[in-house]
Design a protein around this ligand. Structure first.
Ligand code: WT7
Length: 587
């Protein structure tokens, strides 16, 4: 089916977008110019926390709403820029008191609660490095990331601590302090932890923000690869330059906006565009503590008068499933711009936006490694449903074929599929994989950063997503490493080998499916399947555990013994099996 371009948003609110002429901006833009728009600190210093809150708190925006927290059954809780700055300074003083030094790492394992936002900003203000962990992770992924990151301080809740951290605490020698936010009425904090609120109450709200250099590390985000351990992606304070520029051009954030980013702050979107970028633009935002709920979301969009909404394909497909009538039961007179990220946004979903809200969803593409939006559909340009859009000004993208000799060739023709690549040099480009220089170097070839995504570019310069070049799985927007799941499955006493793949799912995009080979003497049964599933859920958490487990007599392996996930996938989906010359037992 052909989808026609959507020329102009039909929503009620029209206003001049920040980016008025894409071609002109591409010609004239420079990152130095963008950096000059920031406040900066004396001596050429740059600090994300200062740009996000303190700059506003020390000026006319002091009493402006920064974050409105919503929670079921509670009144909205509002924080102004002045209050947020004071709270983050208190936390920076707490870190000082705990002896945390610049560059050391502070992590959170929490939902969307006020303490999380204070921790992010206070950590950055102190010149320490902030590392988010997804609150739906089970103990295994939490242990792996806290260990690799040599995290010094963890801020979490008493409930998460008991369930996910206490069982693994002894294996984390670098973790000196755990601060917990107490559940009201739940009694004392667990043994070996400190009460977060108590420390905050006695800390001073005065703090001089660390004069970090633009190249000092600020953020550590863990992401998943096909093989090996999770990758610790390092970003520098300079990333804020790209956060602000893209928030203006792509999300079109303007002074009086009410912005809502539904991404969880356990991942990069929820930090870059759910904390830092909107605050740095001086824009007030909504944070909802609750999980997805279609009627609730429509109510928020309506009653909170949200103007700019950044969400994700899985959520949009869940809204579509709930029916357009539900969307139409309310009105959204303030809403003026919709954007999406994280997984392929199907053209049906783009067009559905027009039906439900009078506005199309604008797809955006980026990765943990790129730190900020790299390719997007802009308010000033026609939307081509199904396309990720065009590179942001200041970013050069290409479609390339990497060569074995270390080079890469750009494709010769429009619409030719290759690997999506970017020319290094934008400010939010990752500065390394933590302790893995070789893995970092391998991402670059022939002067390009290789994204690991397959894509094509049409004759007009629009990019179209084709698939992943590797085996990682995108389920409900979360990047999942098959290796991490296989490793946990193999710790079950009955399992000898496991192969994990993504299978198509109409709502989540992909779902995790595992094939397991049993140890000699074990026989497949429904009870064993359930037991393996329960084991995986307990260790990995529901967001990462397989949805389905199938027994396999013999998993396909290469001659060197590596499970051939590609072949498992081809067989599962009835696709051509491709080159089988490396298959064990092949002639
Ligand atoms: C991978 C990066 C984007 C920040 C949050 C996720 C996939 C991302 C799109 C899109 C198709 C997309 C890619 C990419 N992805 N955006 N608009 N269309 N696929 O960051 O967890 O590092 O995941 O998400 O495969 O490489 P991440």
């Amino acid at each position: 089916m052909e989808w026609s371009p959507i020329a102009k948003p039909r929503g009620a609110v029209r206003r001049e977008p920040c980016l008025k002429d894409y071609e002109e901006a591409r010609r004239t833009f420079s990152w130095d110019q963008a950096a000059a728009q920031l406040a900066g600190l004396p001596g050429g210093a740059l600090n994300i926390a200062y740009e996000s809150v303190d700059r506003h708190a020390s000026g006319a925006a002091r009493d402006r709403l920064a974050i409105r927290f919503l929670a079921q059954g509670a009144d909205p809780h509002d924080l102004t820029f002045g209050e947020l700055s004071a709270a983050s300074h208190r936390f920076a003083n707490v870190l000082k008191q705990l002896g945390v030094k610049r560059g050391e790492r502070v992590a959170t394992l929490m939902g969307r609660v006020p303490a999380l936002y204070t921790t992010v900003l206070g950590t950055l203000a102190a010149g320490a490095v902030y590392c988010p962990l997804f609150s739906a992770f089970g103990p295994e992924p939490v242990k792996a990331r806290l260990g690799l990151g040599a995290v010094r301080v963890l801020v979490t809740t008493d409930l998460f601590y008991r369930r996910k951290v206490a069982p693994i605490r002894a294996e984390l020698p670098d973790l000196r302090h755990v601060l917990v936010v107490r559940t009201p009425g739940a009694g004392d904090v667990p043994e070996g932890t400190t009460d977060f609120d108590e420390l905050m109450r006695t800390a001073s709200p005065e703090y001089e923000v660390a004069r970090t250099s633009p190249e000092d590390y600020a953020l550590l985000h863990f992401t998943s690869g096909t093989t090996g351990k999770p990758k610790g992606v390092l970003h520098a304070h300079a990333a804020i330059v790209a956060h602000v520029a893209t928030a203006r051009w792509v999300l079109d954030l303007q002074d009086d906006d009410v912005y809502w980013c539904t991404a969880d702050p356990g991942w990069v979107t929820g930090i870059s565009y759910g904390v830092v970028a909107p605050l740095a633009c001086g824009v007030g935002m909504i944070v909802d503590r609750e999980e997805f709920d279609a009627p609730r979301w429509y109510e928020i969009l309506d009653t909170q008068r949200v103007t700019v909404w950044y969400t994700a394909p899985t959520a949009i497909r869940m809204l579509m499933k709930a029916g357009v009538e539900l969307a139409k039961a309310r009105q959204y007179p303030s809403l003026r711009h919709l954007a999406s990220v994280g997984e392929p946004l199907n053209p049906e979903a783009v067009v559905w936006g027009v039906e439900a809200f009078g506005l199309p969803f604008h797809d955006t593409w980026w990765q943990t490694e790129t730190g900020a939006i790299m390719i997007a559909n802009y308010p000033c340009m026609e939307v081509r449903p199904g396309s990720m859009g065009r590179p942001v000004p200041g970013v050069e993208a290409g479609i390339v074929h990497p060569r074995d000799d270390g080079g890469a060739d750009e494709v010769a023709q429009p619409d030719e599929v290759g690997e999506l690549a970017l020319r290094p040099g934008w400010p939010s480009m990752f500065r390394g994989y933590l302790n893995e220089d070789e893995r970092y170097r391998k991402c670059f070839r022939g002067g390009w950063y290789l994204s690991g995504d397959l894509a094509k570019r049409d004759a007009d310069g629009y990019y179209w997503f084709v698939g992943r070049a590797d085996d990682v799985i995108k389920a409900a927007g979360h990047l999942i490493s098959p290796f991490e799941v296989e490793s946990v499955l193999m710790t079950h006493p009955s399992v000898s080998q496991a192969g994990v793949i993504g299978v198509p799912d109409p709502v989540a995009g992909s779902a995790v499916k595992a094939f397991v080979e049993l140890k000699a003497g074990q026989s497949a049964s429904e009870a064993l399947r359930k037991d393996i599933l329960a084991h995986a859920r307990r260790q990995l958490g529901v967001a990462v555990a397989p949805r389905e487990i199938a027994f396999s007599e013999q998993l396909p392996r290469t001659r060197s013994g590596k499970i051939m996930r590609r072949l498992l996938r081809a067989r599962e989906l009835g696709l051509p099996e491709g080159d089988l010359s490396t298959l064990e037992g092949a002639p």
